[in-house]
Design a protein around this ligand. Sequence first.
Ligand code: GUN
Length: 291
Amino acid sequence: MQLLDGKATSAAIKEEIAQEVEELKRVGGAPHLAAILVGDDPASQTYVNAKVKACEKVGFESTLVRLGASVSEEELLQKIDELNNNPEIDGFIVQLPLPEHIDEKKITEAVSPDKDVDGFHPVNVGKLALGLNTFVSATPNGIMELLKRYHIETEGKNCVVLGRSNIVGTPMSILMSRKTSPGNCTVTVCHSRTNDIPSFTQQADILIVAIGKEGFVTGDMVKEGAVVVDIGIHRIPDDSKKSGFRLVGDVKFDEVSPKCSYITPVPGGVGPMTIASLLSNTLKAAKLNKN
Ligand code: GUN
């Protein structure tokens, strides 16, 4: 079993981006990412802080816009409009989830597709489905890059995606079925209404898990030699840690990893790759905006 080391891969990508930023600074200025964080959900704060820190590391400008949990939908839309029209901002994200009183669909659609470095806007998802050049949503994009950099053979393989969310499962299934490398897989999407999920996962050469349930995938569900990608991230109480919690995924790592050819750890697998992808998308947006 070999680990798909997202932390090391993301560090290598950041290094490459930092070099490009040096050149960009000479011609048009550093890329500038803004992030809107609504409320004070601790996990969202951690993710957004990590994104801002990653910007600093590669030489990007970053702006964090913090809004209270009680902000109205209208105020948030106004902020989005400001960022859409601010030429200094190359790309921005609105961290999800949003409070219940705000319509996420409306917010996602308000972000200009040209600045949508999360790749969540329907125009960008549509382009992805058609194989057109676009901002691919950060987590699926990061997974494709990880598979590519580890030279994982995917052509003609059975790929099972657990989960059909708009931001992970669905784009992931589209990317893995496309005529690309990595890609060219026979893809099956399993979800909450799938009968007998293990009968599908046991056939998977590549198993991509984004079901949002801690430890959902057990050893008996996985084929010998499979490549397993775990997108889940859950905080579980752990008194031995200074923070009082540790992170685990959707896959029971101890049971599953001995059967795998490759597996992503949690933490240190998909998470850092998501951030690296966001930076790549922002660099791409900056090149388009500053030219
Ligand atoms: N919430 C969980 N993942 C993401 C992500 O990739 N982007 C944003 N904006 N919110 C998220």
